[in-house]
Ligand binder design. Structure first.
Ligand code: TYD
Ligand code: MG
Length: 488
């Protein structure tokens, strides 16, 4: 009997090696190779002209049928998927353990079960645990078909029927196994093989298949990365521990846009939608017009702190306002510390370099802490100007006026570049009570203050980042009365 040659598969990137090595040559990860037996003999080379049917080529135009969609009624989820789940498609939901994937998907299954049928297959939790959660979520009465399963053979046998449920949730793909493979559940071959079988079933029966995938740091268990190519849609469920906000983000979608986010709040009865994220992200901040603030003797109002700027961003199709907070402290050790939450560290390095070089400030020598409040992760370059404003404000100890929102991209020259969706950003800011916007100086915005028609906001264009320093230069603060007061 021919001996099947073992092969070594990187659990990080899936590349195959003939020999074990400590480091994967494909992706450079250490100790990531695991021995796996090949599924079948390597395919024979296809001899020219043998077998195979000729393809019927068609033109780029022609009748096309849009696939039917199933809506869950959870608007934030439907929008991220491009208007509901597409029948016969596979969706991968990735995220850290404990972030709320099982909760979200049980809620989605319960919402859809009555109309289209839904099955929830759990390989991680016991039936009782899922039932308890359903009770907590208030969906225990929903006709969801629940099963504890991990064998793909059993799952396919039970679902390959004409009356298969319209939605199947598999929680999680790492716990599923295919008995035709020798490797353990969770290895790349098992994850890939199991997903392949399930996706084939979904396409055949028009099922919406949702696969849950864990993202692990070490990559010992195959992360969902290898799956991303196989599925139609990849959603990431993210959030900061300790914050109740959760953000569902589409990173790949064959049936919709990929820059949409859905915002949820985790409460004691599961996830609830947040239709107006700006108000949520700015909660806790003294909102303009709402709080009457006491004047400090020095002139700055007591409720206003330096080092904070409100960024008017766009997430997908929706404007979202968030607060960018910066703290600058003298560096005690040789290399200044940088700690960034919710933004790109490299981008921060760029902004500090621009501020130092083009504005003659010395930001870079200090320890810098940057935080996007509320647990949102910003990827837009339009946040540059807001970050710069927060940094300059922290450095000069001058607050950015609290009724002001900021956005604009900063070039290495220090020029502030125009960004898209200006009107949507301004409208959202106006809706939340802001009155002024520091925006890029562009073709449509002239220098000097101007009211932008129907948004009701006063815009104040900035052409070069150095203008921030004149706007936020430390005003001489009359501290004496305060000192006298303290001395008494
Ligand atoms: P879960 O959906 O099990 O996360 P995942 O499947 O991504 O691992 O959610 C786990 C967390 O959510 C857990 O820490 C408890 C919390 N939670 C609530 O706060 N409220 C709720 O109603 C539920 C069901 C969970
Ligand atoms: Mg779970």
């Amino acid at each position: 009997m021919a001996r099947t040659n073992a092969r070594f598969v990187c659990q990080q990137c899936g590349s195959v090696h003939a020999k074990w090595t400590g480091r994967c040559e494909g992706c450079g990860a250490w100790s990531s190779l695991i021995e796996e037996l090949p599924r079948e003999a390597p395919p024979q080379g296809l001899a020219k002209g043998r077998g195979g049917r000729p393809l019927g080529f068609v033109g780029l135009t022609g009748p096309s049928v849009l696939p039917p969609r199933r809506q869950t009624g959870i608007a934030e989820l439907d929008r991220v998927c491009g208007g509901g789940f597409v029948s016969g498609s596979a969706i991968l939901v990735g995220g850290d353990p404990g972030i709320g994937k099982s909760t979200l998907l049980l809620q989605a299954a319960a919402a859809i079960a009555a109309t289209g049928g839904a099955a929830y297959l759990t390989g991680e939790e016991a039936i009782d645990q899922v039932r308890l959660r359903a009770e907590r979520l208030g969906v225990a009465e929903s006709p969801v078909l629940l099963a504890a399963a991990s064998s793909i053979r059993d799952i396919v046998a039970s679902l390959d029927r004409d009356d298969a449920p319209g939605l199947v949730v598999v929680d999680s793909i790492q716990t599923m196994y295919l008995d035709t493979l020798d490797s353990a559940p969770g290895t790349v071959s098992q994850v890939r093989g199991a997903a392949q079988e399930l996706i084939r079933l979904a396409k055949r029966r028009g099922i919406v298949l949702i696969l849950v995938g864990h993202v692990t740091k070490e990559g010992i268990i195959a992360g969902p990365r290898v799956l991303e190519h196989m599925v139609d849609t990849v959603l990431y469920f993210e959030g900061e521990r300790g914050h109740q906000f959760r953000i569902l983000r589409a990173v790949k979608n064959r049936f919709g846009a990929t820059d949409e986010i859905g915002v949820f709040e985790m409460g004691d009865r599961g996830l609830s939608e947040v239709p107006n994220p700006s108000a949520l992200f700015l909660a806790g901040r003294a909102r303009p017009g709402l709080d009457v603030e006491e004047e400090e003797p020095g002139g700055a109002s007591a409720g206003q702190l330096s080092g904070s700027a409100v960024f008017a961003g766009i997430e997908g199709t929706r404007p979202v306002l968030v607060e960018v907070q910066a703290l600058i402290a003298p560096a005690l050790l040789g290399t200044p510390r940088r700690a960034v939450v919710g933004w790109d560290g490299t981008r921060l390095a760029m902004i500090t370099a621009v501020l130092d070089t083009r504005c003659g400030l010395s930001v870079g020598v200090n320890d810098i802490y940057l935080n996007v409040a509320g647990g949102l992760r910003i990827v837009e370059p339009a946040a540059d100007l807001a970050v710069a404003a927060a940094l300059v404000s922290a450095l000069t100890k001058t607050p950015v006026p609290e009724d002001t929102v900021v956005f604009g991209e900063i070039a290495l020259s220090g020029d502030v570049r125009p960004v898209g969706h200006t009107e949507a950003r301004l409208k959202e800011a106006a809706k939340l009570g802001f009155e002024t916007a520091w925006i890029p100086l562009g073709r449509s915005t002239s220098r000097g203050r101007a009211r932008v028609g129907d948004t009701g906001l006063t815009t104040s264009p900035i052409g070069h980042v150095s203008e921030l320093t004149t706007r936020l230069s430390a005003k001489p603060r009359a501290l004496r009365p305060r000192i006298r007061e303290l001395a008494q």
